[in-house]
Write a protein that binds this ligand. Structure first.
Ligand SMILES: C[S@@+](CC[C@H](N)C(=O)[O-])C[C@H]1O[C@@H](n2cnc3c(N)ncnc32)[C@H](O)[C@@H]1O
Length: 163
């Protein structure tokens, strides 16, 4: 729905898994659109590629296999209308900062699961993933240059956009 509201024609995803959200994004950007998705798990990437072909969406999806931290700096700036960050929670802050450069003028960044089962809201999170989400939330809380919306849906979604 957010991809539709934004009128996204280009999307980037971190964390493909078996390609479920990737394919939703590919349908939303339409035939002329383009989705890039990043996955570090070789076996997941293999299943995802097969799913893209099976569903006739492989022409508009590029799966980049590897760690997001290494791949993000290689992508072109100001290109993506929607960026969905859904992998590597320990490194969410690093990935989100790197994604700012990649965002188009009308673009939106969505970071998923930012409450991490409530652990990110603890003064001292008990898991590395919870700690990664807390660092992200604390860092963006005072960013006045960006529009921010924290949606208490599921495990929490942080939306960021240019003002
Ligand atoms: C929650 S799943 C993604 C689910 C998918 N977006 C969906 O909703 O269908 C997270 C995925 O991120 C991948 N991942 C974790 N850390 C990563 C990293 N640093 N770089 C790339 N992928 C990563 C994991 O292997 C896993 O497949």
């Amino acid at each position: 729905m957010i991809a539709h509201l934004v009128g996204a024609r280009t999307a980037l995803e971190i964390g493909t898994f078996i390609g479920n959200t990737t394919m939703h994004l590919a349908r939303m950007v339409g035939e002329a659109g383009y989705v890039t998705t990043i996955e570090c798990g070789h076996q997941f990437a293999d299943v995802a590629r097969k799913n893209f072909i099976r569903n006739g969406l492989n022409k508009r999806i590029t799966l980049l296999e590897g760690y997001a931290g290494n791949i993000l700096p290689t992508l072109g700036k100001s290109y993506y209308d929607l960026i969905f960050i859904d992998g590597g929670k320990q490194d969410y802050l690093d990935y989100t900062l790197k994604c700012e450069r990649l965002l188009s003028e009308r673009g939106v960044i969505i970071v998923d699961d930012v409450f991490f089962h409530g652990d990110a809201l603890n003064a001292k999170p008990q898991t590395a993933k919870g700690a990664g989400c807390k660092v992200l939330l604390d860092s963006y809380r005072n960013r006045e240059d960006l529009g921010k919306l924290l949606l208490p849906v599921g495990n929490g979604m942080l939306m960021l956009f240019r003002k």
